[in-house]
Design a protein around this ligand. Structure first.
Ligand code: MN3
Length: 205
């Protein structure tokens, strides 16, 4: 049984940045539905006990094409939203402090330069999708984007995402309408880099 990430704060806690109705709908409806549909498909495929990242990295082993597609879409949706909701916070640290900050400065020049790159990737993603900051076991960072509910694990890159920017319209349309760029800029107000840093340490150490 795969568990949906439970928000450690109420749906209105990210106001005025991310509005209450979007949080209720996004976490309470969309993410809940991905979780349920993923659990149903995982039970059918007999993979409900697998580690989520190992499962997403080995979807090609699922023989039935319809089941493989259901696991890709809903398993991706489940995992991606767990990451998204677990790295935002009403008291967000605006920068990482330790090893991750050094890595970002070495590979991207500065935190602001990385944010610009992630913003461009997210804004440029045609249709629904995500942009990511990911890391591999050696501690190398990667900024990338994926369509639909794919991610760098499903894509077989060897990288694990540690920060997720959701640019499906359900993530912003209720408040920001067509202004995806405004939403991305606002999202950075609630992205908690201390939580991103914890994800980095989990992968690298
Ligand atoms: Mn979403």
């Amino acid at each position: 049984m795969f568990k949906q990430f439970e928000l450690p704060f109420p749906h209105n806690a990210l106001e005025p940045h991310i509005d209450t109705l979007t949080m209720e709908t996004h976490h309470g409806k969309h993410h809940a539905a991905y979780t349920k549909n993923f659990n149903d498909a995982a039970a059918k495929a007999g993979v409900a006990d697998m580690d989520i990242e190992a499962l997403l990295a080995s979807l090609d082993k699922v023989e039935d094409p319809a089941l493989r597609k259901a696991l890709r879409n809903n398993g991706g949706g489940y995992y991606n939203h767990n990451l998204y909701f677990s790295t935002i916070s009403p008291n967000a640290a605006k920068s990482p402090k330790g090893e991750l900050l050094k890595k970002i400065e070495a590979e991207f020049g500065s935190l602001d330069a990385l944010k610009e790159k992630l913003t461009a990737l997210a804004a440029g993603q045609f249709g629904s999708g995500w942009s990511w900051l990911s890391v591999n076991k050696e501690g190398k960072l990667m900024a990338s984007a994926s369509p639909n509910q794919d991610n760098p694990i499903i894509e077989g890159t060897g990288f694990v995402p540690i920060l997720a920017i959701d640019v499906w319209e359900h993530a912003y349309y209720l408040k920001f309408k067509n202004l995806r760029g405004e939403y991305i800029k606002t999202l950075f107000e609630v992205i908690d880099w201390s939580l991103v840093e914890k994800n980095y340490e989990r992968v690298v150490k």
